[in-house]
Design a protein around this ligand. Structure first.
Ligand SMILES: NC(=O)c1ccc[n+]([C@@H]2O[C@H](COP(=O)([O-])OP(=O)(O)OC[C@H]3O[C@@H](n4cnc5c(N)ncnc54)[C@H](OP(=O)(O)O)[C@@H]3O)[C@@H](O)[C@H]2O)c1
Length: 264
């Protein structure tokens, strides 16, 4: 299927690895020029930059000024923003649940997971409105609708991301802007697989080796398809939603979770 994205420009946040990097790689294959943002831009983005279509930008999007700096860089470099992928995010895992999260923990999680989306969207929207077109895809999470106390701050922030996506779709649809959310279940990235991620922390608590716990994650999460979601699969869905193929889809939250969610 030709997604019809060739020649467009995009911003991808959280772009140096995991889902963000997969989105950047997929966009490049479609002929999109991408500003790719993360705190460290890293080897993978440097290689893509050398090939010509990617402009890495080092920025902390958990800080107030970061999103505006990113939007300004993109407009200066590329002159317009057709597509915005608000992908940056991260968990704060506390096995003790709600009573372990301090005010600082709540604020840090909301800054990174929700306010980064608010601030970057606010910085990019005027250009999209002036163009009369734009597509925004926000990477939310299954935890937006299926909260988990061990990632309580993250779950609440992601519920905000899904809600905000729907609100923006309503407010700006008539002016040519589409906004959708993608909510993955467990994806094979650092959040699940690294020592500081779910498999590492839970494995230590249960006395199970990290590699073994990674294998058990799909079953533990009730993923009926029996495996983790791959970053490239989330990227494929995100690109479709951003593309003209999805021209009449807006205000949706699409799950990609291997059958983890049992509700309608
Ligand atoms: N993996 C899952 O199971 C899963 C499930 C549901 C939803 N999601 C969501 O999918 C999105 C991507 O997750 P992922 O699994 O791909 O994560 P990941 O592998 O941990 O990658 C996170 C990316 O964000 C960047 N980043 C982190 N903090 C940043 C900050 N303050 N400013 C700028 N960039 C920052 C990281 O690079 P630097 O460290 O260099 O900044 C990295 O490029 C997140 O919103 C996550 O919540 C993931």
């Amino acid at each position: 299927m030709d997604l019809g994205l060739a020649g467009k420009t995009a911003i991808v946040t959280g772009a140096s690895r995991g889902i963000g990097l997969a989105i950047v790689e997929s966009l490049v294959r479609e002929g999109v020029t991408v500003v790719a943002a993360s705190r460290q831009t890293g080897e993978a983005l440097a290689k893509l930059a050398a090939a010509g279509r990617v402009r890495p930008f080092a920025v902390d999007l958990g800080q107030k000024e970061g999103p505006a700096q990113l939007a300004a860089f993109c407009l200066e470099e590329l002159g317009r923003v057709d597509l915005l992928f608000n992908n940056v995010g991260g968990i704060d895992l506390k096995l003790g649940g709600f009573l372990e999260f301090s005010d600082e923990d709540w604020l840090r999680s909301f800054e990174l997971n929700l306010l980064s989306v608010v601030r970057l969207t606010r910085a990019v929207l005027p250009a999209m409105l002036a163009q009369g077109s734009g597509a925004i895809v926000n990477i939310s999470s299954i935890n937006a609708r299926q909260p988990d106390p061990v990632v309580g701050t993250y779950s609440a922030a992601k519920a905000g991301v899904t809600n905000l996506s729907k609100a923006l779709a309503q407010e700006f649809g008539a002016r040519g802007i589409r906004v959708n959310a993608v909510s993955p279940g467990p994806v094979r990235t650092a959040i699940q697989t690294e020592a500081s991620g779910v498999a590492g922390v839970l494995g230590e608590k249960l006395g199970v080796a990290r590699a073994d716990l990674i294998e058990q994650l799909p079953k533990m999460n009730g993923m009926v398809l029996g495996r983790l979601v791959e970053p490239s699969e989330v990227a494929a869905l995100a690109l479709f939603l951003a593309s003209p193929q999805a021209a009449t889809i807006t205000g949706e939250e699409i799950l990609i979770d291997g059958g983890m969610s049992k509700t309608i």
